[in-house]
Design a binder for this molecule. Structure first.
Ligand SMILES: C[S@@+](CC[C@H](N)C(=O)[O-])C[C@H]1O[C@@H](n2cnc3c(N)ncnc32)[C@H](O)[C@@H]1O
Length: 381
């Protein structure tokens, strides 16, 4: 018998639950009972990908299959485990390593349970989950609320089918929907709770429409500069929703239809207006500052170019055709900008206003959503 055969998944679950409780993520007995019961490894039977970071090359991913040493233990570590790469590739499809982006994963358990706690569900609640993934978080919901109370929407048919098989093997049968979760699932509405396990750039009006007044939407709002926060919104009678960020620098892979567009042909970065920048591009290394910058330029993507012996920090709004390129010489920053909007001027203005108001933390920001879009403000703004 191998070491792995001797390990008891139930014991591993108890240890994980203890760690999640000690870390303050798992806060209530019903969710602890669910974590101690639902076998996460059953949702990872298709294997997962290990991250491989080597100097001088992009991040690669290597498959780890269930017959490999430590697979079972890894399933009960507080780690996100990537289960799909580049929209189609599963661990079983690959030998060696691949350097494309992850497109599905089993979210790290501390974040899964934190979100379930923040969702504040009660017995009898109907929950819509967007992003079934492996089905692990769906199973926790089914365990707590019962199959009939849970609707889970996944955009990827194959991922949904795998999740369905794992859920079935564990004795769970939620309403499993294949489709774009940004449209919700009107047939099962109204829901008491809507929870998204993929990130969003725009809050879909369907989620407000399909969550009952007084109900809660929990979703990670971000942008294409990849700073995001978990928001909890309460839906109101008038068809709007409002709430706060909960803090913690939460990030999720973005909902597929809200991924950034391809960069296309880069603009001529030697053209454009040039002037000294008040704010350096290094300010964007700070999560909160980047989040605020993103509010001023929500469709902007950020890339770094090394050309002519210097590093250029480039921001591009592909659809608008606007761009800004920043360079540093002896600590002084210069910006060149082109296209219809002056992206960096707008970012500087917004970040400076936020700083003038004392640079409040993101958990003091307010989110207000209507069917026409959402706005994010900080105290005093
Ligand atoms: C982080 S994973 C989900 C983790 C999952 N809750 C778990 O515990 O395994 C995010 C999932 O969202 C899915 N997704 C992305 N865009 C979506 C969309 N528009 N509608 C529904 N699902 C989407 C992805 O395919 C991916 O499986």
């Amino acid at each position: 018998m191998s070491d792995q055969d001797e390990r008891d998944p139930q014991e591993l679950r108890r240890i994980l639950a203890g760690q999640l409780a000690a870390g303050g993520h798992l806060r209530t007995p019903p969710w602890r009972e669910a974590v101690e019961t639902v076998p996460r490894h059953e949702f990872l039977r298709g294997g997962f990908f290990d991250r491989v970071d080597l100097p001088g090359r992009p991040t690669a991913w290597a498959p780890v299959m269930p017959d490999e040493p430590l697979w079972l233990e890894r399933c009960y570590e507080d780690e996100s485990l990537v289960t799909q790469i580049a929209g189609t590739i599963a661990p079983r499809d690959l030998r060696g390593e691949i350097t494309r982006a992850p497109t599905s994963s089993s979210t790290m358990p501390s974040l899964v349970v934190r979100m379930l706690e923040d969702l504040a569900v009660e017995a009898g609640h109907r929950v819509m989950e967007i992003g079934t993934g492996t089905g692990y978080s769906t199973a926790l919901l089914c365990h707590r609320l019962g199959d009939d109370q849970v609707t889970t929407v996944e955009v990827d048919e194959e991922i949904s089918a795998h999740a369905g098989a794992a859920l079935g093997a564990c004795g769970y049968a939620p309403h499993r929907v294949i489709g774009d979760g940004l449209a919700g699932h009107a047939a099962g509405a109204p829901y008491d709770r809507t929870v998204a396990t993929c990130g969003i750039v725009d809050l879909p009006p369907s989620w407000i429409e399909q969550t009952r007044p007084g109900g809660v939407i929990l979703a990670t709002l971000g942008g294409w500069m990849y700073a995001s926060e978990l928001a909890r919104l309460t839906v109101h009678e008038d068809g709007t929703a409002s709430g706060r960020f909960l803090g913690g620098q939460i990030s999720f892979m973005l909902a597929r239809p809200q991924q950034p567009p391809p960069l296309g042909v880069l603009p001529d970065l030697d053209q454009g207006d040039e002037h000294p920048a008040l704010l350096g591009a290094d300010a964007l290394n700070d999560w909160n500052t980047r989040f605020v910058a993103q509010l001023a330029a929500p469709r902007t993507q950020r890339i770094t170019l090394d050309r002519d012996g210097r590093t250029e920090h480039v921001l591009i709004d592909v659809n608008a055709g606007s761009w800004a390129a920043l360079t540093e010489t002896n600590g002084a920053w210069t910006v060149r900008q082109g296209g219809p909007d002056r992206i960096w001027d707008a970012i500087e203005h917004h970040v400076n206003r936020w700083r003038e108001h004392g640079a409040p933390e993101l958990d003091r920001f307010t989110v207000t959503a209507t069917p026409n879009g959402h706005t994010i403000t900080w105290p005093g703004n």
